[in-house]
Write a protein that binds this ligand. Structure first.
Ligand code: NAG
Length: 762
């Protein structure tokens, strides 16, 4: 009787024991911190359990054992729930057994997606976001940095293999190419893979021209060893990017200057939060939990949250009056519960037990003294949002985002040759310029302004080639369209003014209107073109300034530095409104084709316009078709620019220059250098011949009248034949007004014709 009384009393006074299992590899350096975090969570909640007459007792089984034996041993300890097993490999075996014995488990570090199979693992839960989310975080980062090409190296075990598989699948779904997947065995104690094994990996990375490499490796040592070999093989330095997953993000011995700039993603473990500060202090400063004096292991945050989530559901079940010994109650409560943990908001998928609300930290190895990663941003894999708070330091200690391609340079030899050819063209134009300036009077058919503008346009065009040839910089990228555009519109505007004038003459021929082409007019027309061009270029340069980007080229895995704007539309507009100009110019030239035949200058102008059109029709489509062949596009651009500008200068001035240089010019020279100021006199003399004009313009239209004209002007024709035959044609309506506004009109010929044509007035 007394005995049973004592028993009842004891039952009231002593607390009922609730067992919580803890399962992690006890040989790992992180273990004491993981276990310590769990014990701290128990300590914090024990007072609430005491009030309900329960005591939490943690029982440990090492998962260093065979996973089946460890799981059975754990089950035999009559636990109400298990924190762990830590990793995917153990979980995938142990949790089969836990599932069949209805033991709820919350893993704090298993990321494998096969554990999401609720048929196989009905009692499995985790606070660590799974690999699918991690892979999405990596891909979100890649997209954010403009990468579409990645490679993968993984360790040859469950974590690495599983991660690499998901990486490939998700990359395919998101238009990112995984060029090669390489594997290497994990370091097992003192057993390190051979140099040959690493060489095989790097040979294949080299063949794939890998630049952005995702390392799905299980432990920091696997990564540091991989990087040591990467350094040896030239895969660690500027131009290369290594992104490691949570497996290596725990790195604490990254005190190697070469590693500075590697990136890692890691599930948010609470950095910056008050809860983590408190937990970290307790763990790092404890002699028991951190006997080795390590810095904080991020996994401890998850161990704490895993423990906390299980204990919270124990409490809820007891408080709710449900049977605490029915583990189904614990599982259901766990999955419907949400709380704010060290790692952020914690919740579980009702079906799979996977962690909800997983946000990833973007980590960067910046502080070599410290040797571990710093948080520089956050990635939300659900929304693909990337927030970078500190500029990323890439390998080679640069903030410049490296390309995902092997960047090749333009051929120096080719560009030197193109530069030399352009130089020859520049000399040619300068030579013509010198001849024009020194033999000014012999060019009386052209106004000085006309010559100067054409030469200026050509020189600007050539200058655009010289900014195209060196390795591109942002300034060179913006200068090219500026120089080419302004050079082009100056040259085109000048030609256009002349053609337009001829067209006005032609249209107004019967109205006896005098159309002058003055410097002012030339300036106005050319100035308008330049203004329009400048407005467009200012818009382009400010809104979407061309940047230097490594764009993929025809050789797979290679890219070449090229100038590119966000939108190709700028280039389209830049090119197509110039085509529009030329179309108008050619149209006018075509309309006045009968007129121009008789004019020394209009014919080359028309030819120049045709040449510009032809070059554009060939060069533009080729430029767009060959976009993957930047070298070919550059050669075509250079040739097109050289052809259009050089040919124009040549067509306009070369015949005269040739005459001067070869000494055939004196006959023209003999016509009145006295007329150099002949603009006004020409106008006057024209006014005096309006009737001639009328007759002639009619005569041009009717064959009969022409014959009259011819028969009546024998005397004149004879005179002409003894003179330079090129500049007068009696049956032309524009005779005499063509050079009306020119600075150096050959007035004498008009005056002479006036005399000779007198009989026509009869
Ligand atoms: C780098 O880490 C060391 C050791 O943890 C620390 O003392 C130092 O302040 C850090 N340097 C920077 C720039 O953060």
């Amino acid at each position: 009787m007394i005995f049973s009384l004592l028993l009842i009393l004891g039952g009231v006074l002593s607390l009922e024991e609730l067992r919580l299992g803890f399962m992690a590899p006890q040989g790992d350096p992180e273990y004491t911190q993981y276990e310590g975090a769990a014990l701290i969570a128990i300590q914090e909640l024990q007072p609430q359990f005491t009030q309900l007459n329960y005591e939490i007792k943690m029982v440990n089984v090492s998962s260093d054992l065979d996973a089946v034996i460890a799981a059975i041993e754990m089950k035999d300890l009559n636990v109400s729930g298990v924190v762990g097993p830590a990793y995917t490999g153990d979980s995938s075996v142990s949790c089969l057994i836990f599932g069949s014995y209805k033991v709820p488990s919350v893993s704090f570090y298993a990321t494998g997606t096969e554990l999401s199979d609720s048929g196989k693992y009905p009692y499995f839960n985790r606070v660590m976001p799974d690999d699918l989310l991690q892979v999405r975080a990596i891909l979100a980062l890649a997209k954010h940095l403009g990468w579409e090409r990645i490679s993968c190296v993984h360790t040859n075990e469950d974590y690495g293999i599983g991660g690499a598989n998901i990486l490939v699948r998700e990359a395919n779904n998101n238009a990112v190419t995984v060029n090669t997947i390489q594997s290497v065995d994990p370091i097992d104690g003192d057993v390190v893979p051979s140099d040959e094994a690493y060489d095989r990996v790097f040979n294949n990375l080299e063949a794939a021209k890998a630049r952005v490499i995702v390392a799905y490796a299980i432990f920091p040592n696997d990564c540091t060893n991989l990087w040591t070999h990467a350094k040896r093989r030239g895969f660690l330095g500027e131009g290369f990017t290594w992104i490691v997953t949570d497996g290596c993000a725990e790195l604490t011995n990254g005190n190697n200057e070469d590693f500075k700039g590697v990136l890692a993603v890691f599930p948010n473990y609470g950095l910056g939060g008050e809860k983590l500060k408190a937990l970290e202090n307790q763990i790092v400063n404890s002699n028991v939990y951190n006997a080795d004096g390590n810095s904080y292991f991020k996994g401890a945050s998850f161990s704490y949250d895993a423990t906390y989530s299980l204990l919270l559901s124990f409490l809820k079940v007891i408080n709710g009056g449900l049977n605490i010994w029915d583990t189904k109650n614990i599982l259901d409560t766990l999955r419907s519960n949400e709380f704010e943990g060290v790692t952020g908001k914690v919740g579980f998928d009702a079906e799979t037990g996977d962690r909800l609300y997983g946000v990833f930290s973007l980590l960067n190895l910046i502080n070599i003294t410290k040797g571990s990663f710093d948080k520089i941003g956050e990635i939300n894999p659900q929304t693909w949002e990337v927030n970078i708070s500190t500029p990323i330091t890439f390998l080679g200690d640069t903030h410049h985002v490296p390309s995902d391609y092997e960047v090749v340079e333009y051929s120096i030899v080719l560009n030197a040759v193109l530069g030399a050819i352009t130089g020859v063209c520049v000399l040619f134009v300068l030579f013509i310029c010198v001849v024009i300036v020194s033999q000014w009077r012999k060019f009386r058919y052209s106004s000085p302004l006309f010559c100067i503008l054409i030469i200026l346009g050509a020189l600007l065009g050539y200058a655009s080639i010289f900014v195209l040839l060196p390795s591109p910089t942002q300034n060179l990228c913006s200068s090219f369209p500026w120089l080419l555009g302004i050079g082009y519109v100056i040259m085109f505007g000048t030609l256009f003014t002349k053609t337009w004038r001829t067209w006005r003459l032609f249209a107004n021929a019967r109205k006896f209107k005098i159309i002058r082409i003055s410097n002012k007019m030339m300036f106005t027309v050319v100035g308008s073109f330049v203004l329009l061009e400048s407005v467009f270029m200012i818009l382009w340069t400010t809104v979407d300034r061309p940047e230097v980007l490594a764009e993929p080229i025809y050789k797979s895995g290679q890219a070449q530095l090229q100038c590119s704007s966000d939108s190709m539309a700028w280039w389209f507009v830049f090119v197509f409104y110039k085509v529009f100009y030329v179309v108008i110019g050619v149209f006018l030239a075509f309309k006045t084709r009968d007129v121009v035949d008789s004019l020394n200058e209009s014919k080359p102008i028309t030819l120049s316009l045709y040449n510009l059109t032809f070059v554009m029709l060939i060069a533009i489509p080729l430029g767009f078709i060959l976009r993957d062949y930047p070298t070919a596009v550059m050669v075509i651009e250079v040739v097109a620019i050289l052809l259009s500008f050089t040919a124009t200068v040549g067509l306009l001035f070369l015949p005269k220059v040739w005459k001067i240089v070869s000494g055939q010019q004196h006959s023209m020279d003999s016509h009145g250098s006295s007329d150099s100021m002949g603009r006004n006199s020409s106008a006057r003399s024209y006014n005096g011949t309006t009737t001639d004009m009328k007759m002639e313009s009619m005569g041009r239209k009717s064959g009969q009248a022409v014959s009259v004209s011819v028969s009546n002007t024998q005397q004149q024709q004879q005179t002409q034949q003894s003179q330079e035959p090129t500049y007068v044609s009696t049956n032309d309506p524009t005779l005499g007004i063509v050079y009306n506004g020119g600075e150096s009109l050959p007035t004498s010929s008009i005056v002479r014709q006036q005399k000779s044509q007198n009989p026509l007035n009869v």
